[in-house]
Design a protein around this ligand. Sequence first.
Ligand SMILES: [Mn+2]
Length: 293
Amino acid sequence: MKKIDVIGMPMKYGCYVEGADLAFSYMKDSYKNIFNSNIYEVDNSFYNPIIHKNDNKIKYIEPVMEINKRLYDIEFKSLSDGNLPIMVGGDHSSAIGSISACLDYYKGDVSVIWIDAHTDIHNEKTSPSGNIHGMPLSVCIGRCDQRFDIGSYKLDPSNLFYIGIRSFEIEEINYVHENNITCYMDFQVIERKINNIVKEIIKNIKTKYVHISFDLDCIREDEFNAVNVCVNNEYVDGVGLSIKTVKKALNMLITNLNVCSMDIVEYNPLLDVDNKCKKKYEEILLEIKNSLE
Ligand SMILES: [Mn+2]
């Protein structure tokens, strides 16, 4: 078993929800105890971050990219050391740094399995909110403008696999369909059972290495609601995945694929009443740890 490097990424600029950056310090002891690993923390300080008044589409681009470049360096070093980096967010814009480092280290020979309620594949032209945590996959694919430049190798969209999607805009789903991206919605996972879905993904992976990016908001709201952006609202009718399903997915993916790195993102401790979600988060971490052994 590889040595694990837990890399804390206290990032909030991708969504700017109060508490988005606090997950790492709040969960630090759990990461330490469960993974028994090295713990790194990305410096999230940034001088006077401002929302761009003259570009109201994109928010906080400088701190998001600068802090992601710091993450990239730590992640790349971890891979060079022969370790398994697990980046813990923070919001999902942090996947820009972790995935770009992986792509560069393995010269593009990487598939990404994106377990999330959201497709996160907006670019600066289509994003309705301007929040970069809805754009990380477009940055990794290289379909954003030069302000988002990071790393050399880009993600081939045919190497992207979605699990658990239930919230997206039309521009995103059009891009997904036009580029043959494999996308399993939450209801498809429920109908067809997670083991069949994961088997299909395993069969179709063409790359040597696999990165798993896991957003806790893929879980159904009644089981896990301490996330930066709650998905069930008047526009979204989706149910979400159960914790049992998520654990099964992670276990099957980790034990059957060459997983080189992972992200776990979007937990928000300020929304966690009585630490209910923290306990469930720890159970998921334990499942990951046991699957890696
Ligand atoms: Mn999400």
